[in-house]
Design a protein around this ligand. Structure first.
Ligand code: NDP
Length: 230
């Protein structure tokens, strides 16, 4: 299986979870090292040639990709009046186009093998919205369309495509938020706490399992109730 952005944060927890389950895991990331036991391949998901090369190397080592977790993501937050094309393009390129490239590459062998699991890391803000995140929430909402269209294209071949939608999870991405912003969010999270990367990994592991074969095109929240109804 392949996890993008698997060397840090939520992706790393996903890699660890799959390693613990005895799977052969490759992390495609730009920097850092994957957890011990996983293979690491340098890959910027905005570069199609790097994606192809990393998939080829991962497949040579581990065999055809049966599970893809398209998790690599970035934020470039600012209010729309200050948001330039650069902030928009950067976030769409990594979060949406990068996920598309990886899904396209993975789907080939999944169709051939008549079995596959694709999980996109979306976000609660994809459907809930968030001020200062027009680019980010658009990229995450679009992943729902990707997963649902993919489901209609390849659902009959034993391939599922789902979105896991984390709320506020304690990682480097949220470590940059001020205490004031976190306090404001906590007030709207029924669980009254931030989530842990391992809690997202548990949902991903389920979606990637044999038992989840009849779940596709779904958006599974892991957000302590923050986005209920969205
Ligand atoms: P982190 O910033 O901790 O980790 C992101 C990982 O993605 C890093 O390993 C990073 O690599 C990698 N990455 C970034 N850009 C690229 C790229 N172009 N090509 C390959 N790898 C890349 O983030 P999180 O773990 O918090 O987030 C993981 C996913 O979860 C993201 O998609 C994020 O949007 C989503 N999410 C996170 C939430 C949270 O509260 N933390 C909430 C909802 C969704 P490098 O180390 O080199 O930068």
């Amino acid at each position: 299986m392949i996890v993008t952005g698997g060397n840090r944060g939520i992706g790393r927890a996903i890699v660890e979870r799959f390693l613990a389950g005895g799977h052969k895991v490759a992390s495609l990331d730009m920097g850092g090292e994957p957890p011990e036991g996983a293979l690491g391949f340098a890959c910027n998901v905005t570069d199609g040639a790097q994606v192809d090369a990393a998939f080829a190397a991962a497949e040579e080592a581990n065999g055809p990709v049966e599970v893809l977790v398209a998790n690599a993501g970035i934020t470039k937050d600012t209010l729309i009046l200050r948001m330039g094309d650069a902030e928009w393009d950067a976030v769409i390129n990594v979060n949406l186009t990068g996920a598309f490239r990886c899904a396209k590459r993975a789907t080939k062998s999944m169709i051939r093998g008549r079995w596959g699991r694709i999980v996109f890391t979306g976000s609660v803000v994809g459907l809930y919205g968030s001020p200062g995140q027009v680019n980010y929430s658009a990229s995450k909402a679009a992943l729902v369309g990707v997963a649902r269209s993919l489901t209609r294209e390849v659902g009959s071949r034993g391939v599922t495509a789902n979105v896991v939608a984390p709320g506020f999870i304690e990682t480097d991405m949220t470590a940059v938020l001020s205490e004031e912003v976190i306090a404001r969010y906590l007030a709207s999270i029924p669980a009254n706490r931030l989530g842990q990367p391992s809690e997202v990994a548990a949902a991903v592991a389920f979606l990637a399992s044999e038992e989840a074969g009849f779940i596709s095109g779904a958006v599974i929240p892991v957000d302590g109730g923050l986005g209920m109804g969205h």
